[in-house]
Design a protein around this ligand. Structure first.
Ligand code: CTP
Ligand code: CA
Length: 229
């Protein structure tokens, strides 16, 4: 679907997309992060805008340029991402959680740079759990009929893990990517299956991240239309 030929089938809809990966500071110069580039979330935001939606993009730690025609809020940590999502969710017909949210953060933040010392082994870094934002917004549904979409990257038993994760999170759709070294992170392509809470299963062949984004928006649009009746 080229931009010129894009149907405005999301006109009048407001969608919220999270993108990138959160960064959890350890000291003023270091953080715990992940390899999410932000390209899939940005493709989702750009595609939704091209289809006529009003788009809010919450971008965590991304190094790709802001997509055009989209309201962008930049965040760092999972706590900041959560606050931004909870604030924007009540206005959103759909929430797509493409960001990689750190499961853990350092239990303590060192206000000064952590220094090495000769002859002394470093201290271990204790971690604590971050809240599960997807599970929280799925349970809460800030707006009636709101469609909630999660993303999962799995290396083994992709479908079984995906189904279990969909049920655990309570979202409507879960995009499951099969990942291995060099396979998805930082690349322009994806291979995925979109699982629905209604039991549906939509395979998405290897292709540009925009194609996967369009499949996601097709599924979201259909669910919004059903809810509207
Ligand atoms: N997610 C979230 N909050 C977290 C962790 C994950 O909102 N603290 C969201 C992600 O944005 C993604 C989905 O949950 O949409 C699945 O993330 P994933 O890391 O695959 O799920 P986890 O439950 O953290 O499972 P795992 O132990 O496999 O990492
Ligand atoms: Ca995780």
């Amino acid at each position: 679907r080229g931009v010129a030929g894009t149907a405005p089938d999301l006109a009048g809809r407001h969608v919220l997309v999270t993108s990138g990966g959160t960064r959890e500071p350890l000291d003023p110069v270091r953080y715990l992060g992940n390899r999410s580039s932000g390209r899939q979330g940005h493709a989702l935001a750009a595609t939704a805008a091209a289809r006529g939606a009003e788009v809010t993009l919450i971008a965590a730690g991304v190094e790709v340029p802001d997509p055009a025609g989209v309201t962008v809020r930049r965040v760092g940590t999972a706590a900041e991402l959560r606050a931004a999502v909870l604030e924007a969710a009540p206005a959103a017909d759909a929430v797509v959680m493409a960001a990689a949210v750190a499961d853990f953060r350092p239990a303590h933040y060192a206000t000064g740079k952590i220094k090495k010392r000769d002859g002394v082994e470093p201290d271990p870094i204790p971690l604590v759990r971050n809240p599960d934002i997807l599970a929280e917004i799925s349970a809460r549904r800030a707006r009636p009929g709101q469609v909630v979409v999660g993303f999962a990257a799995e290396t083994d038993d992709v479908l079984a893990n995906g189904r279990a994760k969909l049920a655990r999170k309570g979202c409507d759709l879960l995009v499951v990517n099969e990942v291995g070294a060099e396979k998805v992170f930082g690349s322009d392509h994806n291979e995925a299956v979109v699982l629905g809470a209604d039991g549906s299963r939509t395979p998405v062949p290897h292709g540009p991240k925009e194609d996967l984004a369009d499949v996601v928006w097709d599924l979201v649009r259909d669910r919004l239309a059903d809810a509207r009746g």
